[in-house]
Design a protein around this ligand. Structure first.
Ligand SMILES: Cc1cc2nc3c(=O)[nH]c(=O)nc-3n(C[C@H](O)[C@H](O)[C@H](O)COP(=O)(O)OP(=O)(O)OC[C@H]3O[C@@H](n4cnc5c(N)ncnc54)[C@H](O)[C@@H]3O)c2cc1C
Ligand SMILES: *[C@@H]1O[C@H](CO)[C@@H](O)[C@H](O)[C@H]1NC(C)=O
Ligand SMILES: *[C@@H]1O[C@H](CO)[C@@H](O)[C@H](O)[C@H]1NC(C)=O
Ligand SMILES: *[C@@H]1O[C@H](CO)[C@@H](O)[C@H](O)[C@H]1NC(C)=O
Ligand SMILES: *[C@@H]1O[C@H](CO)[C@@H](O)[C@H](O)[C@H]1NC(C)=O
Ligand SMILES: *[C@@H]1O[C@H](CO)[C@@H](O)[C@H](O)[C@H]1NC(C)=O
Ligand SMILES: *[C@@H]1O[C@H](CO)[C@@H](O)[C@H](O)[C@H]1NC(C)=O
Ligand SMILES: *[C@@H]1O[C@H](CO)[C@@H](O)[C@H](O)[C@H]1NC(C)=O
Ligand SMILES: *[C@@H]1O[C@H](CO)[C@@H](O)[C@H](O)[C@H]1NC(C)=O
Ligand SMILES: *[C@@H]1O[C@H](CO)[C@@H](O)[C@H](O)[C@H]1NC(C)=O
Ligand SMILES: *[C@@H]1O[C@H](CO)[C@@H](O)[C@H](O)[C@H]1NC(C)=O
Length: 601
């Protein structure tokens, strides 16, 4: 919505008068951040040159990767390469100017004009910079980040930190911003006797007097982390995407980080034992249970630029892959199978099973993992559900269990396979989500199933009148619970709603490139509609996962952080008092406008 996007005009008008009174290079005196090319405040080339002299790499000038295809008659770059790779999450991550969902590369002005660079260069729309930060630092070292932070502070720039650009709320892009790109900080080290700084070597873990830990630089992606864990005969809890493209030490962990292994081993934050971070004052700090413990606790927000994260690792063990896929021949069958799955799956998470379900009124798919169990036992556990599905679908459903010698084998063969086209990478997307408490899914599964299934019927029908802007209105269900629920809710700053949740349920909306603003608004309003459906089920005050969520939360403090919010705010004030790292719907963002560019008066 307009209100959620940068009000560029209003900002320029306000800044013009205020900055002329206060002077321009005095950080934070002005109400608004200085945006690109604003003549009243943007640093000169000479200033940028003096920044460059402090960096290990030249400055970067990100552009939307699709720009290689323009002008259509005589492309400026290798358009074939862009077209071939536009749906590949790892290729997109490699481009400093790319977001995984191209709508976050796009900027909509208050007057409804769109500044974008569409992959299809023959739509007749010129390629523009949109929401892509026009200049930034290709950080390789903490010192690079310290120089970038000092420069941004001095010139009151709007800072955007980006690792992979996977963010579903567009928080790693920003029109006119100064980018700190951590993608190339690829150091990985495994330490079989890791001791957190300030801790003692008699810390025990899994009965052993040392920690087998993997330390990942801020640019490492999960496929690289999984390879490194495997090379050391270990398993690390991480995100799942085609090609393993999600960042392992950026937004994923700061939001909490869910994994198919979470019901077995906990969330990302439950597995992280130390991080290093550059704060807005320019310090490079270590945070863990012993040192800067408040900052370590506060994972659920953005307090500085992470430079590394250290994770516990786990022993390799065999896993059983479970898959179910079926079409529904009637609404009654859909209701029966979905409600049964919804009430049944918490018993799976009690055994550490994780997985994802995708369903609509026409079909159901479940892909899951059973850890640390025999094939026969996994078969026996899933049998009641397999029988129910087989019976209801007259034996037409696909039902499979397949043993793998490790999570890594399953990840390589199935979970991380492919490059993304089927997963929405390279497509416009907005989400709405809620964490569903266990009580609700166990005691009220019929109503939950009925309501979730009805969304597809009603809302999609209305949209089909507008040429089916939606790719999918079916909810995704990510299994929570198990080990996630066994952690003391106050042991980290993470949203306590995670600890009571049995599932994280997400709807998505999409639209084709080149859509008119009114069509985009229609989709956005529909996603808002999904949000109210989810809210009605979970009730007011329900929680959601910060990383896969709506841009239209009315009470983001409660929704994303619950009763940890006030403590998180005070930690934010201590480590980032000027709000240099504030992001949309993040801790401290209530002080800022919807584009996190101007402070509220
Ligand atoms: C295809 C796909 C699959 C996904 N799968 C999962 C999944 O399995 N589990 C899950 O929990 N989530 C998943 N997500 C959501 C994911 O957690 C978020 O998109 C998350 O924001 C990604 O973090 P990133 O660093 O890779 O992305 P970015 O977009 O680069 O960054 C996301 C946010 O983190 C900030 N950030 C990045 N790096 C740093 C840093 N070094 N220091 C400070 N701030 C930083 C950015 O400013 C931004 O606010 C998935 C997303 C996609 C698109
Ligand atoms: C353009 O990219 C394609 C696909 O990656 C590659 O095969 C080709 O060699 C590239 N062309 C040039 C001129 O670099
Ligand atoms: C991303 O960049 C790395 C390093 O240059 C390269 O090895 C990798 O192949 C690239 N990935 C894709 C999908 O282009
Ligand atoms: C909308 O506003 C932008 C930014 O000020 C301007 O460049 C553009 O020309 C305007 N478009 C219309 C149709 O008025
Ligand atoms: C690009 O847009 C043109 C004009 O709308 C359309 O004819 C063409 O099919 C589109 N190409 C792709 C690959 O979608
Ligand atoms: C592993 O960690 C220990 C304790 O923190 C440290 O002394 C040692 O140098 C580290 N080893 C490697 C290879 O990094
Ligand atoms: C695996 O299961 C055994 C019992 O079968 C249990 O003792 C052990 O703790 C489990 N391991 C993990 C990592 O959960
Ligand atoms: C588990 O079930 C599958 C069918 O889904 C079957 O092929 C396999 O033999 C069973 N394994 C064991 C050990 O019972
Ligand atoms: C099997 O399905 C039929 C209807 O198709 C139903 O009457 C019966 O109760 C089901 N049996 C089981 C065990 O679910
Ligand atoms: C759900 O059912 C359980 C067991 O019957 C009960 O203890 C619990 O209070 C119920 N919760 C709700 C919200 O109704
Ligand atoms: C429900 O969604 C599925 C998949 O998105 C779609 O194929 C189906 O047509 C939808 N059903 C209705 C009744 O709209």
């Amino acid at each position: 919505m307009v209100s959620k996007l940068v009000n560029f005009l209003a900002r320029v008008l306000t800044l013009g008068s205020i900055s002329s009174v206060l002077g321009t290079n005095d950080a934070f005196r002005s109400k608004c951040r200085c945006l690109y090319a604003d003549p009243s405040c943007w640093p000169s080339d000479a200033e940028f040159n003096s920044l460059t002299s402090k960096l290990s790499q030249p400055l970067i000038y990100p552009i939307p990767p699709e720009s290689a295809c323009y002008p259509a008659s005589n492309p400026s770059g290798n358009c074939t390469e862009v077209t071939l790779n536009a749906f590949d999450g790892n290729w997109r991550s490699n481009q400093s100017g790319s977001m995984q969902a191209p709508n976050y590369e796009t900027f909509i002005f208050p007057n409804g004009s769109i500044s974008a660079c569409f992959l299809n260069a023959t739509l007749g729309v010129p390629c523009q910079q949109g929401n892509v930060p026009p200049v930034g630092v290709d950080a390789r070292t903490p010192e690079d980040i310290q120089a970038a932070v000092a420069f941004a502070t001095k010139w009151n720039l709007k800072v955007v930190v980006k690792s992979t650009g996977h963010d579903y709320l567009g928080r790693s892009a920003g029109r006119g911003s100064f980018l700190i790109w951590t993608h190339n900080m690829k150091t990985i080290s495994y330490n079989a006797s890791f001791v957190p700084e300030g801790g003692s070597s008699d810390v025990t873990y899994n009965g052993k007097s040392f920690l087998l830990a993997l330390t990942l630089g801020a640019g490492v992606q999960w496929h690289e982390a999984y390879d490194a864990a495997e090379a050391n005969g270990r398993v690390v809890v991480g995100g799942i995407a085609p090609g393993g493209s999600v960042g392992a030490a950026g937004g994923w962990i700061q939001g909490g980080g869910h994994s198919i292994l979470s019901p077995h081993f906990g969330l990302g934050v439950d597995n992280a034992i130390q991080f290093t971070i550059v704060t807005s004052a320019g310090f490079h700090l270590t945070a863990n249970a012993y040192t800067h413990a408040d900052l370590f606790w506060a994972w659920g927000g953005t307090y500085g630029v992470l430079t590394s994260v250290t994770y516990k690792t786990h022993p390799k063990e065999p896993v059983i892959f479970i898959a179910v896929q079926t079409a529904f021949s009637s609404p009654a069958i859909a209701q029966s199978i979905v409600s049964n799955f919804i009430s049944f799956h918490p018993s799976l998470t009690d055994l550490g099973w994780g997985g994802y379900a995708f369903f609509s009124s026409s079909s159901f798919t479940f892909a899951g993992l059973a850890p640390n169990t025999s094939w026969a036992d996994a078969n026996a556990t899933i049998k009641p559900f397999f029988d129910l599905v087989a019976n209801a679908t007259s034996g037409t459903a696909i039902e499979t269990t397949i043993p793998f010698d490790s999570f890594y084998s399953l990840y390589t063969a199935v979970l991380g396979a492919g490059t993304g086209q089927s997963d929405g990478i390279g497509e416009n997307v907005e989400l709405a989500s809620r964490l569903f408490p266990r009580d609700l899914v166990e005691n009220d599964s019929e109503r939950v199933a009925e309501t979730l299934l009805s969304v597809n019927n009603t809302v999609l029908y209305q949209l089909s009148l507008k040429n089916s802007l939606f790719l999918s209105a079916s909810p995704n269900l990510v299994i929570a619970g198990g080990a996630v629920s066994q952690v003391d809710p106050d042991s980290t700053g993470l949203n306590p709603a995670w600890r009571k949740a049995a599932a994280h349920i997400v709807f998505g909306g999409s639209w084709p490139q080149g859509s008119t603003v009114s069509d985009i608004r229609l989709v956005q309003n529909t996603v808002k509609g999904y949000l109210s459906v989810l809210e009605d089920l979970v009730g007011p005050g329900g929680g959601a996962y910060f990383n896969e969520a709506s841009l239209y939360e009315q009470h983001f403090e409660q929704t994303f952080f619950g009763d940890h919010y006030s403590k998180l705010q005070s930690i934010k004030n201590a480590y980032d008092p000027t709000g240099l790292f504030v992001v949309v719907e993040g801790v401290g963002s209530e002080k800022w406008d919807n584009s996190v560019t101007c402070l509220h008066v």
